[in-house]
Design a protein around this ligand. Sequence first.
Ligand SMILES: Nc1ncnc2c1ncn2[C@@H]1O[C@H](COP(=O)(O)OP(=O)(O)O)[C@@H](O)[C@H]1O
Ligand SMILES: [Mg+2]
Length: 406
Amino acid sequence: MTTTTADTAVTTESAVTAEGVDTAEQPTLQRFQPTDLDAAPEVNALLERLGLGRLDQDGLASFGGRNDNWAGRTSGGRQVFVKTVARAAEGGSPQLDRALAFEHLAAHRPAGSPLRTPGHLGSDRTAAVGVYVLLPGARSGSELALDDAFDEELCREAGRAVGALHALPADRAEQPEPVTEDAPLPPMPWLEALPWSTVQERSMGQIAAWRLVQDDDQVIAALHALRAAERAAPHAPVHCDLRFDQFLRHDGKLYLCDWEEFRLADPARDVGAFAGEWLFHATYAVFAPGAGQEEGPAAGFGLDHAEIIERGAASLRRHTPRITAFWQGYLEQLALEGRAPDAGLAERAAGFAGWHMFDRLLATAELHATLNPVARAAAGIGRTLLLNPSGSVATIGLAQPSGSSR
Ligand SMILES: Nc1ncnc2c1ncn2[C@@H]1O[C@H](COP(=O)(O)OP(=O)(O)O)[C@@H](O)[C@H]1O
Ligand SMILES: [Mg+2]
């Protein structure tokens, strides 16, 4: 969850999308060279079994992500998105099983549900391959955020989608049942010390980022308390890996993909992750070159701490209305379904948003030899949220709307 690796080089190109976005400003598109299909014969084998024809390497695209994926038109004329996920040593794939559990539950969505997902066409559980309807010309939420196009209305729509997800009937008796095991992060034993095997694989920047957590007894205690609160909270069907790049905008509608972490868990995880994405974006975006900034050194080098904090705070104020829009959409959708959030949800979400800052920091630190000043500022915000979640709820835009009964 923390790392995003690709065998192929990142080619963040500017190109015109099939969606026909205005050409004055070239939109951000993250596209990769797909892995050779000859090395993954299970892909075409499954497509043929599904009666969809075969994919040809020519003209295929791949999108960023942890797993290999291929997007293109089959010889049968079907536009598909195919992905392979990790296989367990003993065969099968818990990741794919979780995604299938979601598909199973999602089949009960009412028509017109704001929870939209790319249609699932079929999977091979042994080979750990899934085939979905391609949303041609779709842009991911992370691309939209980089272009400042993930606006309040889209955030509200995201909130509705996540509200509809959390309101799905989790108690259905049919198989396969959603997984109930603990969500994977934070890896609590790592808070004490990194296992030696992982130290060897990590960059100096990541080790420095982990030390920020490990040397901070208050952060560790807060993470343990958050885990305990999560266990005691009412659980619901939860995405559990809700980052910007799991959202897709296609034909003006929002879709949610990548269900391999799906399980019954604390709904505050999803709310907190979405808020944390914006907080991290807000802290990073102000210093990223080319992200709408007229000036300013990349990653905050050359700025003094006070300047970083001031610019960061201004950026946070600009972005929190989007978290509020998400939260309003979320509450509206729950209310439509006759539900209300449990009393502690917003506070736990603030804690998870704090953890999310560390999580993203650990992921981005992978590429660096040192921790840059902006990374440290992001960690500082994460720390504040973790140590004082109840005092942070309103600041990050998760307050109960006035006039609400709770
Ligand atoms: N059906 C689809 N149509 C178009 N693009 C998709 C589709 N599904 C996923 N994507 C894009 O591909 C990216 C990677 O897919 P995802 O399922 O998130 O894989 P990973 O597990 O590798 O993160 C997503 O971030 C999204 O931008
Ligand atoms: Mg993904």
